[in-house]
Design a protein around this ligand. Sequence first.
Ligand SMILES: Cc1cc2nc3c(=O)[nH]c(=O)nc-3n(C[C@H](O)[C@H](O)[C@H](O)COP(=O)(O)OP(=O)(O)OC[C@H]3O[C@@H](n4cnc5c(N)ncnc54)[C@H](O)[C@@H]3O)c2cc1C
Length: 468
Amino acid sequence: MNLSALAASALSGAKPAVFWTDSPDAPKPAPSLHGSSRADLVIIGGGFSGLWASILAADRNPSRSVVLLEAEETGFGASSRNGGFVEASLTHGIANGLRQWPNEMRELLRIGDQNYRDLLSFLASNKIDARIEETGVLHVATASWQLDELAEYRESLDRFDIPSERLTADQVQAEVRSPTYVGGLRDPEGTAITDPARLVWGLRQAAEARGVAVHDHSAVVGVESQEAGVVVRTAEGSVAARRVVVATNAYASPVKSMRRYIVPVYDYVLMTEPLSADQLRSIGWEGRQGLSDVTNQFHYYRLTHDNRILWGGYDAIYRYKSAVGPEYDQAGDTHHKLAEHFFTTFPQLEGLSFSHRWAGPIGTTTRFTATWGTSFDGNLAWVGGYTGLGVCASRFGAAVALDLVDGRDTELTNLSMVRKKPMPFPPEPFRYAGIQLTRRALAKADEKEGRRGPWLKLLDKFGVGFDS
Ligand SMILES: Cc1cc2nc3c(=O)[nH]c(=O)nc-3n(C[C@H](O)[C@H](O)[C@H](O)COP(=O)(O)OP(=O)(O)OC[C@H]3O[C@@H](n4cnc5c(N)ncnc54)[C@H](O)[C@@H]3O)c2cc1C
């Protein structure tokens, strides 16, 4: 069967739904907000950032009343749609961190590592079974020019004494068998894989156990200042709050200034049916590492607890005027392209079907890392923009947002990353045009063995770009 027919056939029965939440274990939605009330802290957005903000706030001060308002159901956004790579990096990888904050890199690595460990120990001590597996990650090269990129990456890791191991084509094939691999780099520490929906559900339970009032189906439609703080309004209720944290990430924030810095990029994902023992044997993968390739338009993939393969990435689609909505969760062309890439990587899995196909909005900034801001005289702080590495970094993002809204001067609030904002995205139509131009330039660089053209070189000079 040719590749296109193979992809079409494998996709024919795929359910247009997020695999992780398509489960009988999904909890019932929390009650929506009705009437007017008061709280010490209101959090807007029930993804990882909002959940961690609520938990950390309650742990720092158990007597503080905390309300969390989510527009749909807790975890509805990127937090329950992602690949489940839990990576310690706060900077979207070490290379980007070195470009942006060379003098603070050691500190950022230490804080990121601590954040990763604290996340794992929180799950253990709160008995949250998010199907965490500390597998590390394996970066694979699929063309010889990518070996130079891996060598550069290894040098950066060596500078900070982070263990890694170069793998020849034979060695990488001994780990995971694909005719496309020509080499690899094992990065064994600081990455786990998880079931992100179970992580969301566990965090919601932990928040509720601490007295946080979680309200689903409670979209915030307005935020206004009042004498001693801020009033947060939904369609059917309002909360008068002393402090507010906004954690809406890729979605249109109720705080306009946030929208200049964070734009939504749609990232697409496929999930296969469980592999049979023979199919699994044909690819090896006994270490169950998270995998990713090293091109600008990269794929990420991993095994699930029941030996399916999650396969995502490549296209990163920005829509005019930062549009976000369920109508973008399915994209025939992109899902088809992803399926073709899957069978190019693993031709031995011909006959395997995809069970689910979906997408989600990644919030990205021009420097590919989180950013923060405050308004309403410092009574409101916002955070978002982790790009494709927010599962773990959102815990750090939430901690910083709380420090900011509580007026605390901490090691975290003094980081350049926190003090200085990235370059904002331009307004439309320049935003759309600039992003499209950059996407095309990135695809071209991949075709030309990684050589960056004049547009990308110009962006590099200003330390800005577009990524997922
Ligand atoms: C397909 C995909 C794959 C990814 N893979 C990975 C990965 O493997 N590893 C990794 O580290 N990161 C990954 N990411 C990124 C990661 O998922 C995000 O960075 C992280 O989940 C961000 O969490 P958040 O809470 O800031 O945002 P979100 O999870 O998007 O939460 C924002 C919430 O705010 C709510 N909201 C919006 N507007 C309002 C309003 N007005 N009122 C109330 N609520 C509102 C939304 O409904 C949403 O639930 C991926 C993302 C996607 C989309």
